[in-house]
Ligand binder design. Sequence first.
Ligand code: SF4
Ligand code: SF4
Length: 352
Amino acid sequence: MKTGEVVRAWMRVLLGFTPSLSIEITRECPLSCPGCYAYGDDHLGGPLLRQVRDFKGQDLVEGVLRLVKTHRPLHVSIVGGEPLVRFRELSILLPLLSKQGIYTQVVTSAVRPIPKEWRDIPKLSVVVSIDGLQPEHDARRKPATYERILKHIEGQQIKVHCTITRQMTSREGYLREFVQLWSSRPQVVKIWMSLFTPQVGERSYEILPPLARQAVIEELSVLQGEFAKLELPKGLLDVYRRPPTSPEHCTFARTTRSVTADLQRRILPCQFGGKPDCSQCGCIASAGLEAVARHVLPLGIRMGPIFEGSYRIGQFVDRIRRRASARRRPETAPAVGGDAWNLPPASTTPPQ
Ligand code: SF4
Ligand code: SF4
């Protein structure tokens, strides 16, 4: 994060807004990846993702713009389901978000071609999920196979995002081979590596046992010194070593509003939904923000307490704003962004 972005995000927090918005743009996905949290039973704490209402066409475009107008994020993450299922709507939305000065990232499996015109949209990043080398990836993520990805990223500038699972730790040199392979591709500008984050009590094979997790982090810290495209600063790896203890202590959960495909229901406590096991969190977005919060400025000034104070002021400002708004429109039911889905205060346990 650049200093200017940190300052802008900080101002948003002070004004009681959440700087980041994450939207599950559709409930549809042609893949069925093992360990996918979006289609997990507890993801939304009620209906399954495939059961919620979702939007198409003009309704979707207008719905997203309304959300953005209400919450005024600096950063919007478009996730799924599979966002490319709604590529027509996104081709209208993405330039509009860019014109508003919003940084947007679309996280996709690249199961279908990425529209060529997206390449020239300022402030847009396309992040392609590639989970391991071809045999493991293709087994997990067909029909979004290596063959299709290579075809669909032609002429694009993408970021590769890999979620490391236990399957990738059985052979020495596996991660190096992966980073080497994707570093050599001219279409790839950055490589991000997350660690699989389970739900509390989950027993799936994807989970990295503690020793394997430790070994992976140590290997990543070596690789990041060798491969320029691998973006894993030391502070971020330190958060993988010592993740936030709970959602109440997670900077990402408190500064990101995650919304599902009906554009109303919040995903709590963070984008994983359900009961994520923070002690095993390996989400790169969460670790990146936490690293900023743990940063120590010159003279030993810690960012964490500054954020904590700003967050509380922001919550106070937000309460005043909402009361004033309710007085102006007493008969109006909460619309998108109303009371029903504001962030819980830091001291309470978020609804599960
Ligand atoms: S592509 Fe994403 S949303 Fe679709 S099944 Fe895989 S992990 Fe889940
Ligand atoms: S699982 Fe990770 S992102 Fe979610 S609340 Fe816990 S630490 Fe934060």
